[in-house]
Ligand binder design. Sequence first.
Ligand code: SF4
Length: 205
Amino acid sequence: MVYCQGCPWRCCYCHNPHLLPGRAAGGSAWSEVLGFLRRRRGLLDAVVFSGGEPTAQPGLARAMRDARALGYRIGLHSAGIYPRRFAEVLPLVDWVGFDAKAPFDAAYERITGVRASGEAALASARALLASGVDCEFRTTWHAGFLSPAELERLTRTLAELGVRRYALQEFRASGGAGFRPEGGVVAADLDVLKRRFAQFSLRRA
Ligand code: SF4
């Protein structure tokens, strides 16, 4: 897993706040990561770019090409924040874990703190589904920041867009920026959600 520094969104539940600034001390240059990957050829199968938000990196496509040239398969964790760069790297990836946060409207802005974030995420989600790249959509969920009705609306939209694999990840209070939503995780109607997707997983906190 390669954790990329930088993300312009400020999700209330972010578990990697130290990765949000564009620059930070203590990271590794891509040349060092590449050296590591050269030494591990034959021992590792894949490189997954995660973050932060990997599409915040102008050099993401080049890094993916470098890793592919060494024979690695490529994974990407993304919230689809930069639709153009996201679409640019899709031909280079074998698998995408797509973070879908809320219905693609004002609810998105409430989670991310950024205007029009839902529009960007929706554009990227459409590009991903049109590409045919293997993918899983996932949502971090707690009724303290996303109501059961909003979750219902989001999953209905995703199913209509053509999402086949979906994971609901219960919010974990450990780590992150100390965010603690009020109340407990209210049970959603999981049977309804499950029926919407060919594959459905519930990841308990
Ligand atoms: S998009 Fe991901 S990395 Fe960025 S703030 Fe939200 S949870 Fe954190």
